[in-house]
Design a binder for this molecule. Sequence first.
Ligand code: ARG
Length: 291
Amino acid sequence: MVTTPQFLMVSPTCFDVSYHINPWMRPDAWQEDPDAMRQRALAAADALRASIEQAGGSVEMADGVPGLPDMVFPANAAVVLDGKAMMARFRYPERQGEEVHFLTLFRTLQQRGLIREIVTLPPGCFQEGAGDCIWDAGRQHFWAGFGPRSSRSSLEAIAATFDKRVVPLELATERCYHLDVCFCLLSGGEILYLPSALTPQALRTLRRTVNPDMLIEATEDDLLHFNINAVSLGREIITSLCTPALRQRLQARGYHVTEVDLAPFMLSGGGAYCMTLRLDRSSAPQHGALH
Ligand code: ARG
């Protein structure tokens, strides 16, 4: 059966940058011209949506909620696999208000048959969704980031909820506060990652688990452009504006790069991947299917 990859996005009508919970956030820059920024954000989200659709995905665009600007990053809402959604628990009070709204949203997705089951984490166990937990269908395990946001204890919760192996990757710096800022699994199984973002132990784990020719080292420049935070769909990689060097490296691997100007979202520390959440991730190896 051929299914269309399904992405959740949240419309940025309520997006702004008004607080500072990661080192990239620039409320000052947003405040220079909030109306123009929001217009740019709306256009950027439309362009991202169009790129995903162009690549063969379908996008479910949910409404934002006033006072919760970071809902535009639904990668942090939940971990979803085989129709089961494990709802996030946010570390910072600034984002904790999102939990109840994402739960309501996921219940409506469940009523519509896009989600099969919803589970919640025990209180005190922080886990910020697919931003810190990436399913690797080829290797049959999750890659789970922890440290700045998700708790170490979330790893056991993920393993128990999904009955899958979880490979821990401790994040070394606040700059890479979610795994998806410094780690991107491509559809062919290659991993684009920034070595300095991982602790020595996490680096050893990664290099032991993945064949060297499947590891692509990203550069500081790629981090600064938020390019590692990319959506991979088939041979298409959708990311914020990138350097020619990265484009060429990915092209040499057989990928085509689509760039979207996501500058307003980068002022909040986010890029293409975290503006989306895959709702249809399946644990089965993806032979031939668009994934
Ligand atoms: N301002 C948001 C935060 O700090 C950005 C979240 C980006 N999400 C991600 N998965 N990288 O929480």
